[in-house]
Design a protein around this ligand. Structure first.
Ligand SMILES: C[S@@+](CC[C@H](N)C(=O)[O-])C[C@H]1O[C@@H](n2cnc3c(N)ncnc32)[C@H](O)[C@@H]1O
Length: 211
């Protein structure tokens, strides 16, 4: 949450993760510095899945599976494909999926996204981008080609802790900042999409493909 610290703390207290059993895992991941989505972003992802009830979701950036788990828990029918090049993290992700009985809704794809995406010809109802920031332009190229009409593209960390609109807050400047600034310009003005940058988590891109 990027708005301000007091508001962030207030919302984090309010937004317990559906008062369910994932809260304990989430707190563990945050305490141990896993790069997991914000609590508000996790809740938002689940809301989008609930509204959309997608048949196919693609996630780029599994880590230990928290965001995929969050979506899978509310997915009635349908499949989540999630890519990460770290096999060790995906092993942990699988353990988490098993623990929460969602392993049959999630297919892990191990490899570098820039290579693996060439092999995935499917179209998706939701594409969630949350991996290396330098790869974002390429992942967006892919998403534009592989999102269904009415489908939703979501992209995490677009504010990069405020550095895209307040570069002086970062010393030294982060190398991802120029890429993200350009990415945000492009994302906000995509033809045939209704796009928005939401001030939740670390800034969440949200774009709906028009018919
Ligand atoms: C921010 S974490 C994903 C967090 C996850 N979405 C969640 O909230 O639970 C980013 C992940 O992207 C993976 N990653 C980074 N660059 C990648 C690449 N080029 N191809 C595939 N995975 C990549 C990293 O290994 C890391 O686990």
């Amino acid at each position: 949450m990027i708005l301000n610290e007091k508001l962030s703390k207030y919302l984090d207290e309010l937004l317990r993760l559906d008062l369910d059993d994932t809260e304990e895992l989430y707190s563990y991941l945050v305490e141990n510095k896993f790069p997991v989505v914000g609590r508000d972003t996790a809740r938002f992802l689940a809301q989008i899945v609930l509204i959309k009830q997608p048949e196919k979701i693609l996630e780029i950036g599994t880590n230990v599976g928290f965001s995929a788990l969050t979506m899978a828990k509310v997915l009635r029918k349908g499949m989540i494909y999630t890519i990460d090049y770290r096999e060790d993290l995906q092993k942990q992700a699988l353990e988490n999926f098993k623990k929460f009985n969602v392993e049959d809704k999630i297919k892990l794809i191990n490899g570098r996204a820039e290579k693996m995406l060439h092999r995935i010809e499917d179209k998706f109802d939701i594409i969630f981008i949350d991996a290396d920031k330098r790869g974002y332009p390429l992942y967006l190229d892919y998403a534009l080609e592989h999102i269904n009409s009415g489908g939703i593209i979501l992209v995490d960390n677009l504010f990069w802790k405020g550095s895209v609109y307040s570069p002086e807050s970062f010393d030294p400047p982060k190398t991802a900042v120029p890429t993200l600034i350009e990415f945000n310009n492009r994302f906000s003005q995509m033809k045939n999409f209704k796009s928005q940058l939401l001030a939740i988590g670390d800034g969440l891109g949200f774009a709906i493909k028009l018919d």
